[in-house]
Design a protein. Structure first.
Length: 656
């Protein structure tokens, strides 16, 4: 895992710009850095390295192909690189070392962009063709690794793993994107390809792009999930599906155990992380039978906070039970509300505003793991996004009881839900389930991702800032993506399509990558192995969300391996008791950051509307915890990335 950066068409000292970018991204690559540039062609590439496979200099980048034609910078891991390397060697290719980077470059040198569809891994990469003078950028199919780019006037093009590398260099002016600001209020993240910055975009997962003479020439999708998800055999029994799922999860974990440095795993005690840790330990046992080689697992304890009020159950007892059952070592980092003292750091590391404090959990766990010498962690992320498991999946399934009603009747449901108390988790969930009942089917499906009604979100913005926005602006990005879902998809398949396209890539995977890399740790996600995702896609929806049980087929698959009480434990979230903290220890922060003077100075949010929202939340009339926290995160983000106050970075030398 690494950080990449490149500029095309700029004038001036390339070496200074490239080294400055490497400095900003240094946390992603503490093991080395490199630059390459050609002043005559106005192209420059830089790279910071976290050495995982082949820690020798043979894996250093930028890497030049054996024929001298291609220059590559690459961030990620290719899990099937050994098979691909054997194929290339049979064709006469030779390699200096044992890294997957050499294999990737050799593949591109021989096959060009047609090689991307053959890769099973997580990656963001750039290739400069010295002969044709074309730059190719590519991102992995699931969007595990980030890749930002910007097309500027005068045929200037830049790209990076971290948005801050463009902003702190002064290459891009940090003008806010109103559409993305509205999205952050509604979703708590911005649907790709947009980012919070008007002139910076995200390359979408499963796409590559071509740039020539500093100008974008084309985008092309090389991995189309839609075409793969209609091949299932509905006659296959549940027992057979369960066997295939267990085998595929085991295979996915084994592929991702390859590492030349110490490797561990997250372990929350939930089904997903428990399955990954289980098969990780099985792999170690198979490699060294009878040895005491135990997988090092990591969890977090946020203290004695009353999680039941948040709708959570306590993870730690389950994590300990799983660790004992499967024979792994469990290390627990203990933190409390003081973790919020690092909120500004979290915002800086994330690049894009993120209003989910679970990101801090990731930071604490990965820092803790790194203190044990661990540079790679396996994560259980993705299980809910391919097999179901979120509460919205259950809520969507319940539409079969009322979704067929005429709009007038559904409007009655919506109005009734507005009067439910939001002081309890049950009241909040029922109110949310019917909040958009009178919308059409596609709008209702998108609404399951919303934390705030679009109309109320617009009211929070100043008239000038919202002048070009309307309620439909909130729905538009996900509705556009939904348009590409096959017509044959049922509602569960459609919402999982959106989970993979947006919630994973734009939120969960984004914050996991950024926070882990801030600690110099690579996170791998076996449950998003391409073969496993393809299998999950063809399993009937009734075997995923089965009545009240989400991930039903995955749970059946793991029954022979894990305790029943772990598999069928109450659903929990990877978070903190934010509602309690916002009413307590974070109250001074709310009053300070959202003060009238602060909001007027920014000119983004309407002080009167924000004050009314905070007051209504504090008396329990509405539940606006995450919206208020989102506004705080946006303001703190602006102080750093708009105002240039990067004092949260301990290496604060500002590069110009």
């Amino acid at each position: 895992m690494c950080g990449i950066f490149g500029i095309f068409g700029y004038k001036g000292s390339y070496i200074q710009i490239l080294e400055s970018a490497n400095f900003v991204m240094r946390r992603r690559g503490p093991d080395g850095s490199g630059t390459w540039f050609d002043d005559a062609k106005a192209i420059g590439l830089s790279h910071v390295r976290l050495a995982i496979l082949d820690t020798s200099n043979a894996g250093s980048q930028p890497m030049i192909s054996t024929n001298g034609r291609y220059i590559m910078i690459y961030n990620g891991e290719i899990y099937n690189y050994r098979e691909l390397k054997k194929e290339l060697e049979d064709l006469g290719e030779t390699f200096l070392g044992s890294s997957d980077s050499e294999v990737f470059l050799s593949l591109f040198s021989r096959y060009g962009d047609s090689c991307f569809s053959r890769l099973n891994g997580i990656f963001a990469a750039a290739f400069w063709d010295c002969e044709l003078e074309i730059l190719t950028l590519v991102r992995d199919p699931m969007g595990v690794k980030p890749l930002y780019y910007s097309q500027s006037p005068g045929n200037k093009f830049s790209f990076t793993s971290e948005l801050k590398a463009l902003l702190r260099n002064g290459l891009i002016h940090p003008k806010l994107n109103p559409q993305a600001v509205l999205a952050h209020l509604g979703y708590l993240w911005s649907p790709g390809p947009d980012t919070i910055i008007q002139d910076i975009k995200k390359l979408m997962p499963g796409y590559f792009m071509k740039v020539k003479a500093g100008k974008i020439q084309s985008f092309q999708q090389y991995h189309n999930w839609s075409a793969m998800l209609l091949e299932g055999d509905s006659s296959t029994s549940a027992a057979d599906w369960a066997l295939r799922v267990a085998s595929s999860v085991k295979s996915a974990v084994e592929k991702q155990m390859v590492s030349d440095v110490p490797l561990g795993a997250f372990l929350s005690g939930g089904l997903d992380s428990s399955a990954v840790a289980l098969f990780g330990q099985h792999y170690l046992n198979s490699k060294s039978p009878g040895s005491a080689n135990r997988l090092q697992c990591f969890s977090i304890d946020v203290g004695e906070s009353p999680f039941s009020a948040e709708g959570f159950s306590d993870d730690l007892p389950y994590a300990r039970k799983v660790a004992e059952h499967i024979g792994v070592d469990l290390h627990v980092v203990r933190v409390g509300s003081e973790m919020m003292n690092r909120l500004s750091e979290m915002i800086y590391f994330l690049d894009e505003p993120c209003s989910d404090p679970a990101a801090l959990n990731t930071l604490f766990i990965t820092e803790f793991a790194r203190s044990f010498g661990i540079k790679v962690l396996l994560s259980g992320a993705g299980g809910d996004d391919i097999f179901t498991g979120y509460r919205r999946h259950f809520a969507l399934k319940q539409e079969r009881w009322w979704g067929f009603l005429p709009e007038s009747a559904r409007k009655v449901l919506r109005i009734g839900a507005e009067h439910l108390p939001t002081s309890t988790s049950t009241g909040r969930r029922i109110a949310k389930a019917f909040q958009y009942a009178d919308k059409d089917k596609d709008h209702r499906l998108v609404s399951y991702f919303l934390w705030m009604d679009p109309r109320r979100a617009l009211e929070l913005l100043t008239p000038d800032f919202r002048s070009e926005l309307n309620e439909e602006s909130m729905y538009a990005p996900l509705l556009k993506t939904l348009h590409y879902a096959p017509a044959e998809f049922d509602s569960i398949s459609k919402i999982l399509f959106l989970e993979r396209k947006h919630f994973l890539a734009d939120h969960n995977l984004n914050y996991t990558d950024k926070m882990a890399m801030a600690a110099g740790v690579e996170v791998r996600v076996p449950l998003l192995d391409l073969d496993l995702v393809s299998l999950a896609g063809i399993i009937p929806s009734s075997f995923k969300q089965n009545g009240v049980t989400g991930k039903w087929i995955f749970k059946k698959a793991m029954e022979p391996y894990l305790p029943h009480e772990v598999i069928y434990r109450p659903k929990t979230g990877f978070g903190v008791p934010l509602r309690q903290w916002m009413q307590g220890i974070l109250r001074p922060l709310v009053d300070d950051v959202l003060s009238r003077s602060s909001l007027l100075n920014r000119g983004l949010f309407d002080p009167k509307a924000v004050d009314a929202l905070v007051s209504a939340d504090r008396i329990g009339r509405v539940d606006a915890t995450y919206t208020i926290f989102g506004i705080i995160c946006l303001e703190l983000w602006c102080r750093q990335f708009i105002d240039g106050n990067f004092s949260v970075d301990p290496f604060i030398e500002v590069i110009h």
